[in-house]
Write a protein that binds this ligand. Structure first.
Ligand SMILES: [Zn+2]
Length: 168
């Protein structure tokens, strides 16, 4: 069991944080970006990077080869939709995808957008952790977090077609 401190000050104990998030037991800060039958996309705002997305399965599995055929199809479709929304709504040109199976959570893919400032940390996989830590430690200010929340709302709006018909 893990103790999770909620933003309302309460503490709860959960077996798996991913299960708690994808089942709706815990609402991620900034809210859900998109939910499908088998997947749930949100942002961990503890890493305040505009357009960073975590795509988690709803089922408690660890490894890629545990996905059913239906889940595989849903995964690639929603991953592509998210990528397209990052490009069209937020102007994100490149993304790094990160996914590890020996996690304390369950199956989830990080989609980490690349911004100019990140190239100071290098161009390959070893730059990902320093970039995330830099964001958490140095970019956790009110103004940037607001930008991050705004981006989550824009992605959510795009992906769930709010009011799309009014603009035609
Ligand atoms: Zn789980």
């Amino acid at each position: 069991m893990r103790e999770i401190n909620l933003s309302n000050g309460k503490t709860i104990e959960v077996e798996c944080l991913s299960c708690a998030l994808t089942s709706g037991l815990i609402e991620p800060d900034g809210g859900v970006i998109i939910e499908t039958e088998h997947f749930h996309a949100h942002q961990d705002v503890a890493y305040p990077i505009r357009g960073l997305i975590i795509l988690a399965s709803k089922r408690h599995i660890k490894c890629f080869d545990e996905l059913t055929d239906e889940e595989k199809l849903d995964y690639i479709k929603v991953l592509t939709k998210l990528r397209q929304a990052q490009r069209e709504v937020l102007g994100i040109e490149y993304v790094y995808y990160f996914y590890n199976e020996d996690t304390t959570h369950h199956f989830h893919t990080w989609m980490v957008p690349r911004y100019e400032w990140m190239y100071d940390f290098g161009r390959s996989v070893e730059s990902v952790r320093p970039v995330l830590l830099y964001a958490r430690n140095e970019m956790n200010n009110h103004e940037n977090v607001n930008e991050v929340i705004k981006a989550i709302n824009s992605l959510n709006k795009e992906l769930n077609n709010w009011g799309g018909d009014y603009e035609k």
